[in-house]
Ligand binder design. Structure first.
Ligand SMILES: [Zn+2]
Length: 241
């Protein structure tokens, strides 16, 4: 199956020093002058100053060169890693490793809004846990990216194109998310709509795939033999429960 193609290039700081967690000052103003690299949104606006809404916590970028990379190609389950991040420090560390999550985060004058991003990671985690537990009611009640019911909710900014490959005469649908948070929702959506079966490890709460094409049997309760052994030996030493 090669009909669906994600084409997504993003930016991160290889030195992991460009981003830091800061409390925002109230009512900052932003001068829209020279755009940051790839920042077409800013380029399209005339030169002006806008007042930004006050934010509690942001991850700010220092003005440094970021390096382009292809997160969806490199990390197949990046949405899962993001869904495990539940603190402002955790979000900041994620950004240090994988780059800012929104275009605001790429702008050194604005920054990624931590509170909004934590809502995204919580919703992803809730959805994955409900899916892994096969709890259909909980899945149906889980909200999507913008706090609306999942099926009522667009995944964010995604551009679609039809690409023709002259070499094999095949058409492909190519999807290009506009920022990392949209890319993570897209990756999560593709995962859930695929045939893969997902479970949660009894020991470490990590999600893992089971069944054909994986190393775990369909009825596995642990992500690895190591975790099965640790879990079972703890149960023995702590008595029956
Ligand atoms: Zn585990």
């Amino acid at each position: 199956m090669r009909q669906l193609l994600f084409d997504f290039e993003w930016f991160r700081d290889p030195t992991q020093t460009a981003f830091e967690l800061v409390g925002a000052e109230p009512g900052r103003s932003l001068k829209l002058g020279a755009p940051a690299e790839g920042e077409t949104l800013v380029q399209t606006r005339p030169e002006m100053t806008v007042l930004l809404p006050t934010r509690q916590l942001v991850v700010l970028r220092r003005v440094t060169m970021l390096q382009s990379y292809r997160p969806l190609d490199l990390y197949r389950n990046l949405f899962n890693q993001f869904s495990r991040v539940q603190t402002p420090e955790g979000i900041c560390n994620f950004i240090k490793m994988f780059g800012p999550l929104t275009n605001d985060g790429r702008n050194p004058d604005v920054g990624d809004d931590i509170v909004a991003l934590m809502a995204h990671s919580r919703q992803m985690r809730k959805l994955l846990e409900a899916y892994a537990a096969d709890d259909k009611i909980a899945v149906a009640q889980t909200l999507g990216p913008k706090g609306l019911p999942l099926d009522n909710n667009s995944i964010g900014d995604v551009e679609a194109r039809i690409v023709f490959e002259p070499a094999d005469g095949a058409f492909q649908l190519q999807l290009t998310p506009k920022n990392l948070i949209s890319a993570l929702w897209l990756q999560l959506g593709q995962f859930l709509s695929g045939k893969e079966r997902l479970k949660i490890c009894f020991h470490c709460s990590e999600l893992f795939e089971v069944g054909a094409g994986t190393t775990r049997r369909a009825d596995s309760k642990f992500c690895s033999d190591e975790h099965r052994i640790i879990h079972n030996s703890r149960r023995r030493t702590s008595g029956a429960d």
